[in-house]
Write a protein that binds this ligand. Structure first.
Ligand code: NAI
Length: 337
């Protein structure tokens, strides 16, 4: 019997296909044994060149396929709750792309289901926790050399948004990453959110509120602001500056080669997250495979996924109402203490 971890991948779109490639070619200790996608052609395409994996149009059929020991969920957010509960019912460890579940009620059901099991099975795909720069920033903040963090200034820009992207998704899909990163970097919960916006860019599709300016308050007395601009046109940029009592630390300034010529310096800007966070995804999936093979769950879990969904939901209400909205988390089950 193979000692490689047999993984079922649910959803073979952008992220699913990239994770399949990663599990097969980059990460050690795992192999893809089943995939599911209602679009059978897409599933076949994502598996091209990979022998021995079965394809399914139903997620549960993939979970029940021979050799499946763990699940990677890369279907759209609304499909996650059902997939997570199906994995829990089978005792399968899961790496679930963000958002864990869009909407706090469904996210709480996942937390409660895992708490009932009495052991953690889910890791949520907040890959920034595995990015080298973010880890460096976290280490500096934890070390305390710069004193108490007072503010985080964040920037999240995409070249363009997918056709079905809504104004709410700037918060619950894009800023979802900053929500988790801020909770993790500061070790604090986000307690209130206000959303302001300038006039929308002419580059934004009709009706899309883009850019937006999101301001979070935390239970540790810090402020976190995020400029989210998903049709900036020029590149994928993610920045974060922590301003502390005795100094500041900034990440995300540049990742490309700097070419100096003819009296000017020019640096390439990544065009998407798969390039900017390639190393982070690799590290995330390797860490998940390693931990899973040891019967452990490390990294952001269901509680983090739940908290992010509650904060994002409050953010969408703040965006729609123009008012400051407070965040109410359910009591944290002992499993996540
Ligand atoms: P996509 O639209 O490219 O692919 C989704 C795929 O899932 C499609 O092939 C679709 O046919 C399939 N699908 C739909 N319902 C399904 C079901 N019930 N079971 C299995 N497959 C199903 O979407 P994309 O961009 O790959 O996003 C997938 C997930 O990854 C989302 O949760 C998204 O938020 C997340 N994501 C995470 C990123 C990160 O940086 N961590 C970046 C981009 C997306």
């Amino acid at each position: 019997m193979s000692d490689l971890l047999g993984v079922a991948v649910l959803g073979t779109g952008h992220m699913g296909a990239d994770h399949i490639r990663r599990l097969e070619n980059v990460v050690s200790g795992a192999k893809v044994v089943a995939v599911a996608d209602p679009d059978a052609d897409r599933a076949e395409h994502a598996l091209a060149g990979i022998a021995g994996a079965s394809t399914h149009t139903e997620a549960e059929a993939a979970l029940d396929a021979p050799g499946v020991q763990a699940v990677l969920i890369a279907s759209p957010g609304p499909a996650h709750e059902e997939a997570l509960l199906a994995a829990f019912a089978r005792g399968l460890p899961v790496l679930c792309e963000k958002p864990m579940v869009p909407g706090s009620a469904g996210a709480l059901r996942v937390v409660e289901a895992e708490a009932r099991l009495g052991r953690r099975l889910a890791q949520i795909g907040f890959m920034r926790r595995y990015d080298a720069e973010y880890r460096q920033l976290k280490a500096v903040l934890d070390e305390g050399r710069l004193g108490r963090p007072l503010m985080l200034h964040c920037v999240h820009r995409n070249v363009s948004s997918p056709p079905d992207f809504t104004s709410a998704m700037l918060i619950d899909s894009s800023v979802a990453h900053e929500i988790d990163a801020a909770r993790w970097l500061l070790g604090q919960e986000l307690t209130a959110v206000t959303v302001l916006r300038p006039r929308s860019s002419d580059r934004a599709p009709e009706g899309l509120l883009d850019p937006q300016f999101v301001l979070f308050e935390t239970d540790g007395g810090a402020l976190v602001d995020v400029e989210v601009f998903v049709n900036c046109g020029f590149g994928y940029q993610v920045r974060c500056e922590a301003v502390c009592e005795a100094g500041s630390a900034r990440i995300g300034e540049g990742h490309g080669m700097l070419v100096t010529s003819a009296g000017a310096a020019r640096e390439e800007v990544a065009q998407d997250y798969l390039v900017r966070f390639a190393d982070a995804y690799d590290r995330e999936v390797q860490a998940w495979v390693d931990a899973t093979r040891q019967g452990r769950v490390t990294g952001p879990g269901a509680w983090d996924g739940y908290a992010a969904s509650v904060v994002a939901e409050a953010g969408v209400r703040a965006q729609e109402s123009g008012a400051r909205v407070t965040v109410d988390l359910a009591p944290r089950p002992a499993l996540y203490e």
